[in-house]
Design a protein around this ligand. Structure first.
Ligand SMILES: [Zn+2]
Length: 448
């Protein structure tokens, strides 16, 4: 059977991930993501109303025109998890394919919300839920399997396409977490089985994000301990404490909520995306928040809550807000600019349970936000965080587990591929032979 990989997006920079695998006449698409930084760099761009081709020209969504060179029918569109760089282009591209969108329940719910917000295209694709550990027939001789992985968002999987030539493992976005705060540990047992059963692994497509960092990415339980240490150290502070993190990072939000109560403060979630992700996770029973946990997204209800906090005493609350990257319209940035009823005083604490995404726009905005908060006297606690991506030893362990015939580095720029290429070559792979360093819009034929 012919097996071919189309590397459509995310092979020149992080963002707008999209890869298609053809096995015989059947094609499966993995991810359809958005590169948000290409959107935000323009003022007042509203992607909801934009046409796909304009967004492709901006570099914001994958240029899927290469799909017309791929013979066969698309049988499924499979986003691996709910981060925007993996699902953000579905509302702009999925309607071009007569295929269902297949994903885990939390991811499907986020896809559904995204499609609802789309104003240009009517996306009618079927939405099919599939849990980690389940399989689905794709063609007569091909099957799709979801393997549970751990990442900075819940319900993440690595999809595997089983073909008569071996398995194609799409390995984007995971860390090896054996003690996650929410959800199950990564299913390394299943990866090892896939590496040894039948024809083994034909191809492994890997996220190279932290390949240049030594050692292993710590578990979420380490970030949780770090957070507990910080919060206990300020337990007796009798002024304002404010925290921010990735809204989609439900495990982290859960830790913040729990520790707020431990130090005698009432947690409250503020900001549109805080309300969206935590509300969704709670509704789908992925997390058990206290019954009286307030979540407010709309400007008016947020400001009303801030007023209440000021009236009842800042020392009784922990607002958990958006703005960990210094996004100009996010809640923490507005607090820094003094645009909310919440008044910061000398010595008040601001906790960033996040790391700055190393990109000039984020770095600049975050710098500005911290300066503004600092000018009001706030003390900053930074980097209370662990990454969601594998480091060097995680990558090594994955290669050991899967023993793939071919490897394709992804989810990075050429510069970002380099440390992974080094590691893979040290494991016996060779660029140009079985280690395929590629760009957006290429085809790699693996078997004939
Ligand atoms: Zn991700």
């Amino acid at each position: 059977m012919e097996v071919e990989i189309a590397t459509i997006g995310g092979y020149e920079a992080v963002g707008r991930q999209m890869t298609a695998v053809r096995a015989g006449d059947d094609v499966v698409i993995f991810d359809m993501g958005l590169n948000l930084s290409k959107v935000l760099i323009h003022d007042n761009v509203e992607t909801e109303r934009m046409h796909s081709l304009d967004l492709i020209d901006m570099g914001a969504i994958p240029d899927d025109r290469v799909m017309s060179d791929l013979e066969g029918d698309v049988k499924a569109i499979v986003p691996t998890h709910g981060h925007l760089d993996h699902i953000g282009a579905i509302s702009k591209l999925a309607h071009r394919y007569d295929a269902p969108i297949v994903a885990t329940p939390f991811t499907i719910e986020l896809v559904k919300q995204q499609i609802k917000g789309e104003e240009k295209f009517g996306v009618q694709n079927d939405l099919q839920k599939m849990e980690a550990g389940e399989t689905m027939q794709i063609g007569e001789r091909t099957e799709l399997e979801f393997v549970n992985v751990t990442h900075s968002i819940i319900d993440a999987i690595n999809p595997v396409l089983h073909t008569p030539e071996g398995a194609v493992v799409y390995g984007l976005d995971k860390r090896m977490d054996h003690t996650p705060v929410l959800g199950d540990p990564i299913d390394m047992k299943r990866f090892r089985e896939i590496g040894r059963e039948g024809e083994g692994v034909l191809c492994y497509i890997e996220d190279c994000t932290n390949a240049g960092r030594k050692g292993r990415t710590p578990s979420e339980s380490v970030a949780r301990r770090h957070l507990r240490d910080v919060m206990e150290s300020i337990e007796h502070y009798d002024g304002g404490i404010v925290a921010t993190t990735f809204s989609s990072h439900i495990a982290r939000v859960k830790s913040l909520v729990e520790f707020a109560e431990d130090i005698g403060r009432q947690p409250v979630l503020l900001g549109r995306s805080m309300e969206k992700y935590s509300g969704t996770a709670e509704r789908l029973d992925f997390v058990d928040f206290p019954d009286d946990l307030g979540m407010y997204g709309h400007r008016k209800s947020v400001d009303r809550t801030f007023k209440r906090i000021m009236n009842e005493g800042k020392e009784n609350f922990l607002p958990i807000v958006t703005g960990h990257q210094g996004e100009p319209r996010a809640m923490l940035t507005r607090m820094g600019r003094g645009e909310t009823p919440y008044e910061l005083d000398d010595g008040d604490k601001v906790l960033f349970s996040a790391r700055v995404i190393p990109e000039p726009t984020n770095e600049g905005q975050r710098y500005q936000s911290e300066k503004l908060l600092g000018m009001q006297g706030a003390r900053i606690y930074d980097d209370i965080h662990v990454s969601g991506h594998l480091r060097e030893e995680g990558h090594y362990e994955m290669l050991q587990a899967l023993q793939p015939q071919h490897v394709i580095p992804a989810h990075q720029s050429l510069k970002g591929f380099a440390p992974y290429v080094d590691l893979a070559e040290n494991q016996g792979y060779k660029v140009g032979r079985d280690l395929h360093v590629t760009r957006n819009g290429n085809m790699i034929q693996l078997t004939e």
